[in-house]
Design a protein around this ligand. Structure first.
Ligand code: PDD
Length: 304
């Protein structure tokens, strides 16, 4: 079966789907994106992802290409046409096509692309044995809260991780603090037993998985603190993990080749895996009974 992608109003064979060479995404990285998980053909956390997309568009003053309802319909249709069971949907919106000039062109329509593909969820081995990370300087810009398609520093960091044979690279700011991973949020369990992840702000992307986990942890009364933590603190932490749309939650058992805790996934991480599994079940259940419009995120999360 050949893939089908959506480009500016049309469903096209993926192999010929394209945008102009004068698309500002291509020339300036002038655009934003979302990656959304698909489980058993269901789109997970669609509404929070669409809210984050709106926020990224708003921050860059890019026109919204579509309202949530029609965009949700396109997303589901691309999933259906590609027969995605477990996988991802990718949404990209750029400012549009115009003769190359840095300042915003007037009166152009945004470009919207939606693709989807099958992708295996994290392996049982990764979930039960954990993954390893390296650290690398965070050389990104000052607005990492915007899910911009300008990902060169993230690409370089993930390449360094690949070359080191590990899952992820944790990004370290000038003060020695861990901001997040190249494509995931970073978590530790500190020496006091608190679950810790960087607070929201321009230094990190407010992950949708992060928000779902925080919600679940609050309900389950897991002790948690949103604050920055240093690389040193992470190396001496009891436990560590990463979260993202594609990783869900994974235990981190080594940082820069040194074991975290006893080098095996700990109890808090196992709890997070369980809570996230429950969240996925709830999402599938909500889709099954036709609850399409999920409740809005609280203000703090919508501004993530
Ligand atoms: N990345 N931080 C960064 C820099 C990210 O790129 C991502 C997601 C996250 C986690 O966010 P979420 O839980 O909403 O996926 C954090 C996606 C998966 C990607 O670029 O492929």
């Amino acid at each position: 079966m050949s893939r089908v992608s959506y480009v500016n109003g049309r469903y096209l064979p993926h192999a010929v789907a394209s945008v102009s060479i004068e698309d500002r995404g291509y020339q300036f990285s002038d655009g934003v994106y979302e990656v959304i998980a698909v489980r058993d053909g269901n789109v997970v956390d669609l509404y929070p992802h669409l809210l984050r997309l709106d926020r990224s568009l708003h921050e860059l003053r890019i026109t919204k290409p579509m309202d949530h309802f029609p965009l949700g319909a396109v997303v589901r249709e691309v999933v259906r046409r590609n027969r995605v069971g477990d996988g991802i949907v990718y949404i990209q919106v750029t400012r549009g096509v115009a003769r190359r000039a840095h300042a915003f062109p007037k009166h152009i329509a945004p470009s919207l692309v939606v693709t989807a593909r099958n992708l295996a969820p994290p392996s049982d081995a990764a979930r039960s044995n954990g993954v390893r990370v390296i650290s690398t300087p965070d050389i990104r810009w000052g607005r990492c809260d915007i899910k911009s398609i300008s990902l060169l520093p993230n690409v370089l960091a993930r390449q360094a991780a690949a070359e080191a044979g590990v899952y992820e690279a944790w990004l370290i700011d000038e003060d020695g603090m861990v901001t997040e991973g190249s494509a995931s949020n970073a978590w530790i369990v500190d020496q006091a037993g608190n679950l810790v992840t960087h607070d929201l702000g321009p230094a990190i992307l407010g992950g949708i998985t992060r928000a779902a986990l925080l919600d679940a942890c609050r309900s389950a009364k897991v002790k948690l603190v949103e604050r920055a933590f240093s690389l040193d603190e992470a190396r001496n932490a009891r436990e560590a993990m990463v979260s993202s749309t594609t990783a869900f939650v994974l235990p981190v058992v080594a940082i820069d080749g040194r074991s975290v805790g006893d080098g095996t996934p700990g109890p808090v991480c196992r709890k997070l895996l369980e809570l996230y599994h429950q969240h996925l079940q709830d999402e599938l259940g909500a889709n099954a009974i036709g609850i399409k419009a999920r409740r809005p995120l609280s203000k703090s999360k919508a501004s993530a």
